[in-house]
Ligand binder design. Sequence first.
Ligand SMILES: [Zn+2]
Ligand SMILES: [Zn+2]
Length: 277
Amino acid sequence: MLPPDYHMHTPLCRHAVGEPVDYARRAREVGIREIGFSDHSPMARDNFDNWRMQDRQLTDYIARVEHARREVPEVNILIGLEVDYIPGHEEWIQQLSERHSWDYFIGSVHYISDWAIDDPQTIPRWREHDPYDVWQRYFKLLTEAAASGLFNIIGHADLPKKFDIRPQQDCASLYAPFLDAAASSGTAVELNTAGLRKDCREIYPNPQLLAMARDRSVPITFGSDAHDPREVGADFSEAVELAQRSGYRSSVRFEQRQRLDDAISLPRAKEVSSPAK
Ligand SMILES: [Zn+2]
Ligand SMILES: [Zn+2]
């Protein structure tokens, strides 16, 4: 059985296709029993950028997800938001959380100051920076996001690897404070399979970061980051295997922003047979 898929988008963010009902039907088709929408949330100021819904579209978002619930009752459908963590926006995020009975918030860092680091149009900016400096600034923000308690799940934790521009240095000392913060606030980390579809060709987060998360008992969820119904549950068996190899035995669920520890248990990883001496 595949775990719930908690990361998927809608056309309201202007770079995804397919209605929520199409994503739900796809989940039913591939045997996923629970999904959650987490479209890019509005910002305090409309037209902050061109890849998220506007504030007034929140009600439409909720209505479209409710329509999917009515049409596909076989799938348990949750509703959340993927919210950008930007220092100074905490109060706005708090207000947003009170506007609906959300099931969870995914906190993501896409911006380092005014630079959307995962936007292909900004790749030239990567060439002007030392990758380690970018990772350092990114993980400082991610640590703040995890410590804030504003989010239930941290999205695509090592997003800066997207274009496969990676530091030479070992980044364990950047991951540690982030994961310590996640452990003490009880924030989960998602295994996001979208990385497999990008230049980095690797699930977010990388195995090193995930093993460090396991050492600290940081809970996990799974997300395809689908921007097209065909991507629902994409590569989930690979993600489950990665979780098992990292020592995870279970993932968690959320409802009404409460963590439920009854999530699926992951079957024990098969023993890796070592060659006979
Ligand atoms: Zn998106
Ligand atoms: Zn994202």
